[in-house]
Write a protein that binds this ligand. Structure first.
Ligand code: RIB
Length: 307
């Protein structure tokens, strides 16, 4: 039994810190090279598991060393991996990541096996999905697969939290059956056509996302926190200032925190505040799954910041 099923990507992140992210045609000398388990799906699964949530991962890795390492790492963090398929025809997904001195990054993903996660994979996992309380998904696996999983989950009353990242334009009816959308400024802009450069604009984008048939929309705003949009109105949840090392996976930590908080029974404003704490803490450590905070750190940070 799991509280949360994550259908999504698993990538090995190949990370180099640089003084600045190279422009086209430029070569820069970086610092040490590190490999870190990543992928938005696996990151969100690990983020929730570190916060005490029972999580099952659905997806694909290649039958290669990166695939083995990613599965072992997820399992060690308490995520169920029995339903991750080993794809013998495609390599594991990887992400090339440069991180600059301000902690900003540039990421190129080669999806590999993630790009083969199929509608049949979803149908084969119906028994796993139907017993969960939440299904988390992103846009790093094929969109027809995501759409099929939204339909299956909503038939069973499983609440879908969708992170449309990396951003891709979809028809507005794609989101029918989604319970909560979590998008950053860029993703919200691509989906709604509204530039998100202020809190007012974030609120307008949140409302536009809800008009696509989604009851709750959250626009994450990096160092400015997050904007929650529900039928009860809009709420800005600010983030506290920290020393930023690397913003990679901060959004994934946010979503892990969000689902953990909702499972604890927190109302939306509190849940978004808890999620913002998890996301903020993830920016203080280099790497994706290396940076995800555990429950003790998030609880302490959450209590400290209580008004
Ligand atoms: O959200 C961060 C993740 O995006 C990285 O771990 C990388 O693998 C890409 O999927």
């Amino acid at each position: 039994m799991s509280d949360v099923v994550v259908l999504g990507s698993m990538n090995m992140d190949l990370v180099v810190r640089v003084g600045h992210i190279p422009r086209p045609g430029e070569t820069v000398l970086g610092r040490d090279f590190v490999t870190v388990p990543g992928g938005k799906g696996a990151n969100q699964a690990a983020a929730a598991a570190r916060l005490g949530v029972r999580v099952e991962m659905l997806g694909r890795v290649g039958a290669d060393a990166f695939g083995e390492a990613m599965l072992a790492n997820l399992y060690a963090q308490g995520v169920g991996t029995a339903h991750v398929r080993r794809d013998h025809a495609n390599p594991s997904g990887i992400a090339l990541i440069t991180v600059d001195e301000r902690g900003e990054n540039a990421i190129v993903v080669a999806p590999g096996a993630n790009g083969r996660v199929s509608v049949e994979d979803v149908e084969g996992a119906e028994d796993v999905i139907k017993q969960a309380q939440f299904l988390l998904m992103q846009f790093e696996v094929p969109l027809p697969t995501v759409r099929a999983a939204i339909g299956l989950a909503s038939r069973w009353g499983v609440r879908v939290i969708l992170n449309p990242a990396p951003a891709q334009a979809v028809r507005p009816d794609f989101f029918q059956g989604v319970y909560c959308l979590v998008a950053n400024e860029t993703e919200a802009e691509i989906l709604t056509g509204l530039a998100v450069r202020s809190l007012e604009a974030a609120a307008r984008a949140g409302q536009a996302l809800r008009q696509m048939g989604v009851p709750v929309a959250i626009v994450t705003l990096g160092a400015e926190g997050a904007l929650l949009s529900t039928e009860e109105g809009d709420l800005h949840v600010p983030a506290r200032k920290v020393e930023v090392v690397d913003t990679t996976a901060a959004g994934d930590a946010f979503i892990g925190g969000l689902v953990a908080a909702l499972l604890k029974g927190m109302p939306w404003p509190e849940a978004v505040r808890y999620a913002t704490c998890a996301g903020t803490l993830a920016t203080t450590v280099l790497g994706a799954q290396t940076s995800l905070p555990d429950a003790a750190r998030v609880e302490a940070f959450f209590r400290e910041g209580r008004p």
